[in-house]
Design a binder for this molecule. Structure first.
Ligand SMILES: Nc1ncnc2c1ncn2[C@@H]1O[C@H](COP(=O)(O)OP(=O)(O)OP(=O)(O)O)[C@@H](O)[C@H]1O
Ligand SMILES: [Mg+2]
Length: 595
C-alpha cells in the first residue's frame, strides 16, 4: 500500500521545484483548475431550474422567464472551452520551464555525488530505477497535483450540494466507488515491484545494448560475431519480465471491471433514491436533473481522484528514488572548519601508514604504505597490473579516503582541506580519461574551465604533448570539430592521448599525475613528451605511472608497488644498485631490446 508519508514527501519535493522555478504559472494553473471544477454544478443547477420552469408552466410558458436561464446555461458551458485554451498555453509554458530547470538542478546535484557511491551496486540499482525516464516523473508528479486539486474541489462542492439534498444518496454513491480505488492502487504497487525486483536485469539489458549501439563496442561485436548471443540474452531477460508483467495485467482487467460494476450499481441506486424523493413530493422535477449532474460529477471525480492518485503512484515512486539519489550522503566528507592550503608551489605529500579497501570488497588493495613525495620531484610509480598504482593515485586525489592511515599535504591531513581547493592544484590524467567531442581548442581548454581560452597556451600545451603537428595538418586547425558523431575529425587512439595530455598540461596544476598516459603513443613522441614533463618548471610535482622503464628511469624518485605494498624506493641508480625487483624488471625489458 501507499505509504502516505512517503507519498506526501515526494509531492512536497516535486512541488518544491514547481514553486521554485515556475511559481506564477503554478498559481495561475491552480486557480484555473478550481474555477473549471465549479462549472458543471452551475450547469446542472441552471438546467434543473430550466426544466422545473418549463414543467411548471407547461401550458403557458413565459419566455421572458426562461431566456436568462438559457443564456446562463450557454455561458457556463462555453467557459471551460475558453479557459481551457488559455490554460493550454500556461500549462505548456509551465511544463517546458519546469522540465528544463528541474533537469538542470538534478544534474547539478548528480555531478556532486562521490565516485565511491557509484561502486555500490545498491546505488547503481537506485540510479537506474530513478532516471530511466529522465527527470520527467518529477514534473509529472507536480502537475498531477493540479488534477488532484481539480478533483478535490469538485468532490468538496459536490458533497456539500448532495448532502444538503439527501445524505443517504451521497453515502451510497461514494462507498461503492472505493473498491475500484483499492484495486487500482494494488496493481500500481504490483507492477512497480516487478520492475524494481528486476532492476539488475534491466541494468544487464542496458549493458548488453551498449555492445550494439556503441560504435567502439559494435566493432568487436561484429568481428567476434557475438551479436546474436547478446541479442538472445537481452531478449530472454525482457521476455521473462513481460511474462510476469502480463500475468498481472490480466488479473488487473478482471478486478477493475468488478470495481466499475459496483460503482455503477451504487450510482443507479443513488439515482433511484433521488427519483423517489421527487415522486414523494420533496423536490421539483428539475432536481432530478440537477442531482443527476451533481452525483455523476461527484462520482466521476472520485473515480478520477482515485485513478489520478494511483496513476501518480509510479511517478511518486520514481520521484522518491530521484529524491534518494539527490540526497545521497557524501562519502567524502568535507571538513566543517577547513584548513586552507593556499599553495603557490607544489606541496610535500606524505602517506602515513595508508591502507585501503574498496567500499564493497573485503580485500586490502593497499597495505601500510609509508612514503613521501617531495615537492617539485618527478616521481615514477611502477608495479605489475593490479599492484595498486591507480588506486594509490585515487587516494592522492581524494576520490576515496584511506581505510586506515592518513595523507598529509604540507603537514595537513587531506581530510581537513576542502576537495574543491585540493583539486584546484591537481592536473590528473587517469587511465580511463575522458575525451571531448568539442572544437579542438575547447577540448584542450576544458582543462581550465574557469578561464576563457588562451590560444597561445593551448598551442604551447599541444606542442609539449606532440599534438600540435597533427592539429596543424587539419584544415580548421585548432577550430577543428572533433568526433565523427558531430561531423568532425576522429583522432586516432594515440592522438586522443596526446590531446588529453595537452589538456592536462593546459590545466597547469601544481601536482601533475599521469597514469599510463602514453600507452598508445608512438615511441618517438613518447620519449619527447616525457622529456618535456620531466623538465617541468620548478615548483611542480609530476607523478608518472608507466610500464615503460626507460621513461620511468629518468624520474628523480621511483616507487615500486607489489600486491598493494611498497617494496622499493629510490632513484634509478640506487634501485639498479640494489639489484632487487626494479632492477630485475628493468633488465628484463632491456634484454628484450637486445635480442
Ligand atoms: N572500483 C574497484 N572496486 C573494487 N576493486 C577494485 C576497484 N578498482 C580496482 N580494484 C582492484 O584493486 C586492485 C588494484 O587495482 P589498480 O587499478 O590500483 O591496479 P594498477 O596497479 O593500477 O594496475 P594496472 O597496471 O593494470 O593499471 C586490483 O586487484 C583491482 O581488482
Ligand atoms: Mg592502473
Amino acid at each position: 500500500m501507499i505509504k502516505i508519508r512517503d507519498y506526501l514527501k515526494s509531492i512536497r519535493f516535486s512541488l518544491g521545484y514547481a514553486f521554485e522555478f515556475v511559481p506564477k504559472q503554478t498559481l495561475i494553473i491552480a486557480i484555473m483548475f478550481v474555477i473549471t471544477a465549479t462549472l458543471p454544478y452551475g450547469s446542472s443547477y441552471v438546467l434543473g431550474k430550466l426544466v422545473s420552469a418549463i414543467v411548471a408552466g407547461v401550458k403557458n410558458i413565459e419566455y421572458q422567464n426562461i431566456w436568462y436561464l438559457l443564456a446562463l446555461y450557454s455561458l457556463i458551458n462555453i467557459a471551460p472551452t475558453i479557459i481551457g485554451n488559455i490554460r493550454l498555453y500556461v500549462i505548456r509554458h509551465w511544463r517546458l520551464k519546469m522540465r528544463s530547470e528541474t533537469e538542470y538542478a538534478v544534474y547539478k546535484r548528480r555531478e556532486e555525488i562521490d565516485i565511491a557511491t557509484y561502486e555500490d551496486p545498491k546505488f547503481q540499482d537506485l540510479n537506474q530505477r530513478a532516471f530511466r525516464n529522465g527527470v520527467g516523473p518529477l514534473s509529472d508528479l507536480a502537475f498531477g497535483q493540479f488534477n488532484l486539486l481539480f478533483d478535490v474541489s469538485r468532490i468538496t462542492i459536490g458533497t456539500a450540494l448532495a448532502v444538503h439534498f439527501n445524505p443517504l444518496v451521497y453515502v451510497v454513491v461514494v462507498i461503492t466507488a472505493i473498491p475500484g480505488f483499492i484495486i487500482d492502487t494494488k496493481f500500481a504497487t504490483k507492477s512497480w515491484s516487478i520492475w524494481s525486483k528486476d532492476s539488475p536485469g534491466q541494468r544487464r539489458v542496458a549493458d548488453l545494448r551498449e555492445h550494439i549501439v556503441w560504435r567502439s563496442f559494435l566493432i568487436e561485436t561484429k568481428l567476434f560475431q557475438s551479436g546474436q548471443k547478446l541479442l538472445t540474452w537481452m531478449k530472454k531477460i525482457v521476455d521473462d519480465f513481460n511474462i510476469v508483467q502480463l500475468k498481472t495485467e490480466k488479473s488487473r482487467v478482471f478486478q477493475t471491471s468488478i470495481g466499475d460494476i459496483l460503482a455503477f450499481v451504487g450510482f443507479t441506486t443513488g439515482l433511484f433514491l433521488v427519483v423517489k424523493q421527487v415522486i414523494d413530493g420533496q423536490g421539483q422535477v428539475g432536481s432530478i436533473i440537477y442531482m443527476l449532474g451533481v452525483l455523476s460529477t461527484v462520482q466521476s471525480s472520485i473515480t478520477s481522484l482515485l485513478t489520478n492518485i494511483s496513476s501518480q503512484y509510479e511517478d511518486h515512486l520514481i520521484s522518491k528514488d530521484i529524491m534518494e539519489v539527490i540526497k545521497t550522503p557524501a562519502v567524502i566528507i568535507q571538513p566543517k572548519n577547513p584548513k586552507i592550503l593556499n599553495l603557490s608551489s607544489a606541496p610535500e605529500i606524505i602517506m602515513e601508514n595508508v591502507s585501503f579497501k574498496y567500499p564493497n570488497s573485503g580485500e586490502w588493495i593497499l597495505r601500510n604504505i609509508n612514503l613521501t613525495f617531495k615537492a617539485g620531484d618527478n616521481i615514477g610509480l611502477v608495479g605489475n597490473n593490479g599492484a595498486g598504482k591507480t588506486t594509490l593515485v585515487k587516494l592522492l586525489c581524494r576520490i576515496y579516503d584511506p581505510t586506515e592511515g592518513r595523507i598529509l599535504i604540507n603537514g595537513i591531513d587531506m581530510r581537513e582541506v576542502l576537495t574543491k581547493e585540493w583539486w584546484s592544484y591537481l592536473a590528473v590524467m587517469l587511465q580511463d580519461y575522458a575525451t571531448y567531442d568539442f572544437v579542438t581548442k575547447e577540448a584542450i581548454g576544458i582543462g581550465r574551465p574557469d578561464r576563457s581560452i588562451n590560444l597561445t597556451r593551448v598551442i604551447e600545451s599541444a606542442r609539449t604533448s606532440e599534438a600540435h603537428a597533427f592539429i596543424e595538418e587539419w584544415e580548421e586547425k585548432y577550430d577543428q570539430q572533433l568526433g565523427v558523431e558531430f561531423g568532425g575529425k576522429e583522432p586516432s587512439k594515440g592522438q586522443k592521448q596526446k590531446l588529453s595530455i595537452a589538456k592536462v598540461l593546459y590545466r597547469d596544476g601544481l601536482v601533475m599525475i599521469l597514469d599510463e598516459p602514453t600507452a598508445s603513443v608512438d615511441a618517438e613522441s613518447e620519449a619527447k613528451i616525457f622529456d618535456s614533463i620531466e623538465n617541468l618548471p620548478e615548483g611542480k610535482t609530476a607523478i608518472l605511472i608507466s610500464h615503460d622503464f626507460s621513461t620511468i628511469s629518468a624520474c628523480d624518485k621511483i616507487f615500486v608497488l607489489e600486491e598493494g605494498k611498497l617494496i622499493e624506493e629510490g632513484s634509478h641508480k640506487e634501485l639498479m644498485r640494489n639489484k632487487n625487483v626494479y632492477a630485475g624488471l628493468y633488465n628484463l625489458q632491456a634484454a628484450r631490446f637486445k635480442k
